[in-house]
Each structure stands twice: as structure tokens, then as C-alpha cells.
Design a binder for this molecule. Structure first.
Ligand SMILES: [Ca+2]
Ligand SMILES: [Ca+2]
Ligand SMILES: [Ca+2]
Length: 401
């Protein structure tokens, strides 16, 4: 211990090794370092213990802290990555589930509204153009019982065609179903009906005003049909803003699915196989005999019907009758129950469904035959052409309805 007169002097002595001499104070069984404090005047201030030293408290080597090895670090990182992936995976699965169920609910709502409208056509009055009726009267004079029968059959044929034309006008899936949109847009003149229905006139005005951008035209038609032809005009209140968008920004809205893509539809999708449009297990074909088209009340669109021959009909409708006759008797396809197909492409953004080409305004002939096999393809509309793409689709042909 050292003292300097008149100055505060602190002296700490580092203790020596255990058992060393003179430099440490023994307190009981412990060895602690000892410090002394003194003032300039020589008075002792206090006494206490100085900083501890490792050597004063010997620790077994096995308890000493050592660095983290590279392997430990890597293992830790892998575990963190696994936990993060699990959390992310759970979150993205939940988001995907949300998108799917949102889309299902939306399609269910659309389906319910559409089917109400669809069913109403079973009892709709069809106003046939009086000039056509006059020509039928001339072609099939009722002077004999056979003549009367032919005239009755011809009128039933016209009624069926007229009803299909009405459905096509009022529930379009293409702009060309109600109008032409070339350089000078015009509403179609009907083949069979006396005049275009008011709904078609409304669709036409909206599309002509928007400039008829053909992208998404099926989705845009679906939106117009649901909004104007269902729920007595109150359909707008049944959808929220997140159900609706204008993905091609042409002023014509569409319903959108959980992935932000427009919801498509095919009014007549005879090639689609589902619980609502099942195949006959023995023939492997849709059966018009077992479940006939409910709109064809007089069974004019079925196998074996050949009279009156198409050539005896007025020119404007002869091609449509010809298509039906040929299908009934060559392709052996009778009219079966159809349900409009409303679908989302699902997460992959592709439907895989052969459907109405949307890339042009060309009318598909024969326009009034829902079951026709289109000349350019071997398919009927609604056929699943690419099953892999169709797997994740969400559609309204599910048995729950
Ligand atoms: Ca468009
Ligand atoms: Ca649009
Ligand atoms: Ca798909």
C-alpha cells in the first residue's frame, strides 16, 4: 500500500496467482483482490474490492465460452429458413383459398341470376315476323290434313328458331349476337323475330358507345346480361366493387375472379360434360332422348325429324333449319338440356375450353343452332380441349346447385 500526502491516491494491486503472497486478501475461503484508498492528507477514505479477475476465479476449461462453428451457423440458418417457408406457405395457401372461395361465391350468384332468366324462356311468347308466317302459309297450304300437319310442324320449327334467336339477342356471349360493329355499327335484323328485343337494343347502344373493344367481349356481355336482364334491374346491389372491374379499360365492365381476371361465359356450351350436362353411360354421348331440350316443347330438334324439308322454308331461315335437320339425321344429335357455362380460368389463367372465338366479329353460321359442330374445329363449344388447363377452373356446372 502506498500513500502520498495531500493527494487522493488509489492503488489497486492485481492479485497474484491463487496461493500467491502479499498481494491478496483472504476472506474466508475466497481469495479477493484488495484495493486501498487514501487522501492527500493521508486519511484513509475507504476500503473495498477492486475488479475481479478470471485468474482469481478459476473456471474449468469446458465451461469457457467458445465461438459458433460454421456447421452450427448453417444448421440455424436452415431451421430459420424452414420456419419462414412454413409460415409463408401457410399464408399463401390461405390467400389462394380466399381467392378460390370468393370466385366460387361470385359464380354462384351469377349462376342463380342467370338461371332465373334462362328458365323464363320455357314460357316466353315468341313474336314471329308476320311476313314469315305468310310465306309459310303459302308454302304449306292447309287444304289437306297432310298440308295442315306440315304447316303446324313448320310453325313449330319457326317457334323454336325464334326462341333461340330471342335467347341469343337477350343473353349474348359475343357482340355479334346482337349487332355488327364494323365501320358503321348496326343492330342485327332478326331472322325469325318480328323485331329485335329491347334488351338487345340497350346492349347495342352501350357497346357502340364504348367503341366495341373485342377483348373480353364474353365477360362484358355476361355483365350486361346480369345487370340488365336479371333481378328486375336490381342486380347491381348484389355485387360489390371488388367483384367488378374493366380489365381492358374500354368502358364496358366485367365480373372478375379472385385472380383479377374476367369471368367468362358460354351461353350454349353443348360440348361441356358435367353433372348438369351428363353423358349417357351406354352411348358416351349427350342424350337428347333422356333429357331433351326443355325449350323444344314440340320435339322438333331430334333424330328422325325430316319434314318439312329445309328447302321449303323461306330463304332467311332455310339454312338454320338445314343445320338442325342434318345434325338430327347425319350426326345423330338430338337437342339436349343446356345450362349456360360461367367459369373462371382459375389460378393458371387459362380455361382450356373450346369456346366462341372472341378475336373477331364474324358471325358463326349457323347462328341459331346451339349444338352445331363448328366447321373450323371438330368440337362443339364448351368442349374441354386442354384438360390440364381446365383442371383448376371454377365453374357453375357443379352438382351442389
Ligand atoms: Ca372489351
Ligand atoms: Ca372491359
Ligand atoms: Ca385453368
Amino acid at each position: 500500500m502506498t500513500r502520498h500526502s495531500g493527494m487522493l491516491n488509489v492503488e489497486c494491486r492485481a492479485p497474484g496467482p491463487p496461493g500467491g503472497e502479499g498481494l491478496s486478501l483472504r476472506a474466508g475461503n475466497s481469495t479477493v483482490p484488495r484495493c486501498s484508498f487514501s487522501t492527500r492528507s493521508g486519511g484513509s477514505l475507504s476500503r473495498g474490492y477492486g475488479p475481479l479477475s478470471r485468474s482469481a476465479f478459476p473456471v474449468p476449461a469446458s465451461h469457457l465460452r467458445r465461438g459458433v462453428t460454421l456447421v452450427e451457423l448453417l444448421v440455424t440458418m436452415v431451421i430459420i429458413a424452414l420456419i419462414a417457408a412454413a409460415i409463408m406457405g401457410t399464408a399463401s395457401a390461405a390467400i389462394e383459398h380466399g381467392r378460390r372461395s370468393h370466385t366460387q361465391q361470385l359464380i354462384t350468384r351469377i349462376h342463380t341470376l342467370l338461371m332465373e332468366r334462362w328458365a323464363s324462356y320455357e314460357s316466353r311468347r315468341v313474336e314471329i315476323d308476320p311476313r314469315l308466317v305468310q310465306q309459310i302459309n303459302v308454302s304449306f297450304p292447309e287444304t289437306t290434313p297432310a298440308g295442315r300437319q306440315l304447316r303446324g310442324q313448320a310453325m313449330a320449327d319457326l317457334r323454336l328458331l325464334g326462341l333461340r334467336e330471342l335467347i341469343r339477342y337477350e343473353m349474348p356471349d359475343r357482340f355479334v349476337d346482337f349487332g355488327s360493329f364494323g365501320s358503321s355499327p348496326s343492330l342485327h335484323t332478326p331472322y325469325v323475330l318480328e323485331s329485335p328485343p329491347a334488351l338487345a337494343q340497350m346492349y347495342f347502344r352501350r357497346v357502340a358507345q364504348a367503341g366495341a373493344n373485342i377483348d373480353n367481349q364474353d365477360a362484358e356481355c355476361l355483365y350486361m346480361v346480369v345487370m340488365f336482364a336479371t333481378a328486375d334491374g336490381e342486380a347491381r346491389t348484389l355485387f360489390s366493387s371488388k367483384d367488378i372491374a374493366d380489365t381492358d379499360e374500354d368502358g364496358l365492365p366485367e365480373f372478375i375472379d379472385g385472380w383479377g381476371k374476367s369471368i367468362g361465359w358460354v351461353r350454349w356450351a353443348p360440348g361441356f360434360v358435367s353433372d348438369l350436362q351428363p353423358l349417357d353411360p351406354t352411348t358416351g354421348l349427350h342424350s337428347g332422348e333422356a333429357d331433351h331440350d326443355p325449350f323444344d316443347v314440340y320435339r322438333r330438334d331430334q333424330q328422325g325429324v325430316i319434314n318439312p324439308p329445309a328447302t321449303q322454308f323461306p330463304k332467311d331461315v332455310a339454312a338454320h333449319i338445314q343445320s338442325i335437320r342434318q345434325r338430327n339425321n347425319s350426326d345423330l344429335v338430338s337437342a339436349y338440356r343446356l345450362t349456360p357455362l360461367v367459369y373462371s380460368d382459375g389460378p393458371d389463367g387459362e380455361s382450356g375450353i373450346y369456346r366462341v372465338p372472341t378475336g373477331n366479329f364474324v358471325e358463326q353460321v349457323p347462328a341459331l343452332d346451339p349444338y352445331a359442330i363448328r366447321p373450323q374445329a371438330q368440337y362443339q363449344y364448351g368442349t374441354i380441349a386442354f384438360p390440364e388447363l381446365a383442371k383448376d377452373n371454377i365453374h357453375n356446372h357443379l352438382i351442389e346447385y
